[in-house]
Design a binder for this molecule. Structure first.
Ligand code: UDP
Length: 375
């Protein structure tokens, strides 16, 4: 008899797991409470403009993991795309991540790489030995002026929390470069799927062993219908929020149509604290191989995630981490369930990490079978 596996969530975690299980001969039921596939990676053509839209904000695929890069390309052709983010602060435009162009334009200089290294060394606050917070990390490595211009206001808007209370790890995501390389990512591979992310998930789930139920909320008592459940919903929801709710940030998008080209780039960050949006994405620039006479932009606003909102960023402050520790203990005591993905493990995961971890989760299941393990 085929083993019957439940997969909760049709984002990348769920889709990869379902695909691998189906290929191995398992019967898989995928359930998602939303009306579409691909979770927050969902992309679709806008009905008015026909522009491929990243419905839940910009998603640029990047990875240095060759296994993941080869894996994802089974499902679509990846078009060359390099994310070159610009930032507006105090009425001027700069290049991100901080690179030689940013430093020279910001300070009105024409530094060579070596001169810029010496200059930045002078700007950094050496009294901070081991930066603990986002703010300390910034002050130590880029100094007060660049920190206040590019990070303080943006981060306050993005997280609703002062950078002094955020972990240094968030800033460590962003490099500082002493050359003119303005590629936002340092990954070896980068691109955007020609037919969109939802197309990839559709292909992953297109298998005779897989049944998909959209608009279907998973209830815990449904787990008994399956030999094992891979759960990519929120871990706190699984336990009925018994240890309290984990905090997330959610995003709102204000959609506008314009003629021609609105900003000449896919993403522009707005770093001034008094501009209410964090960034503007112009979706046709995510698909430069297509041609559209007019344009669609999303102004992006971040706020606290309410109970009925869509969670985006796990906040992971000290009290969240304490709750998470309790949930992980509870998870370990469960049987026949694996918690996966951003919501299942309460970590901010890029797409490529989600995919790598999903592949690992299935491999472990094949090896050891049912467990209460959390990734
Ligand atoms: N950040 C910032 N200014 C910017 C871009 C990023 O202050 O113009 C900070 C912000 O706190 C953000 C973090 O750096 O959350 C990580 O940036 P990244 O671009 O990785 O954010 P994500 O892609 O997660 O939205």
């Amino acid at each position: 008899m085929l083993k019957n596996i439940g997969v909760v969530g049709a984002g990348f975690s769920g889709a990869v797991i379902a695909h691998e299980l189906a290929k191995a001969g398992y019967k898989v039921t995928v359930l998602d409470s939303r009306s579409h596939l691909a979770g927050n990676c969902h992309s679709q053509r806008d009905s008015a403009s026909n522009i491929m839209t990243h419905v839940y904000g910009p998603h640029i695929f990047h990875t240095s993991n060759e296994r993941v890069w080869n894996y994802i390309q089974q499902f679509d052709e990846f078009m060359p795309f390099i994310n070159r983010v610009k930032a507006i602060y105090n009425g001027r435009i700069y290049s991100l991540p901080i690179n030689l162009m940013t430093i020279n334009s910001f300070f009105g200089k024409t530094f060579s790489p070596k001169q810029a290294v010496d200059f930045m060394e002078m700007l950094g606050d050496k009294s901070i030995d081991e930066p603990q917070s986002f703010e300390q990390q910034a002050l130590r490595f880029i100094g007060k002026d660049l920190y206040e211009a590019f990070f303080k206001g943006y981060t306050l808007k993005q997280w609703g929390i002062h950078p002094a209370e955020l972990p240094a790890s968030i800033l460590k995501r962003l490099p500082v470069r002493f050359n003119y390389d303005d590629n936002y990512y340092t990954s070896t591979y980068q691109g955007i799927p020609k037919h969109g992310y939802t197309h990839i998930v559709e292909k992953m789930l297109d298998h005779p062993n897989i049944t998909v139920h959209l608009n279907t909320k998973f209830e815990r008592n449904m787990a008994k219908e399956y030999h094992h459940v891979f759960y990519s919903g929120s871990i706190d929801a699984w336990f009925g929020f018994s240890e309290g709710r984990l905090c997330y940030r959610t995003l709102d998008f204000l959609k506008e149509y314009h003629s021609g080209d609105y900003q000449g780039n896919a993403v522009i960050n707005y770093c001034d604290q008094d501009v209410p949006w964090t960034r503007i994405s112009e979706h046709k620039h995510f698909a430069p191989w297509e041609s559209h006479p007019d344009t669609l932009i999303y102004k992006e606003f971040s706020r606290v995630c309410g109970e009925t909102d869509i969670p985006y960023y796990p906040v992971r402050l000290v009290n969240d981490k304490a709750k998470l520790t309790h949930y992980v203990e509870l998870a370990k005591a469960e049987k026949n369930i694996t918690f996966v993905g951003r919501l299942g493990t309460y970590r901010y995961l890029d797409m490529h990490v989600t995919i790598a971890e999903a592949l690992d989760a299935v491999a472990r299941y094949f090896e050891v079978g049912a467990s209460g393990a959390i990734m």
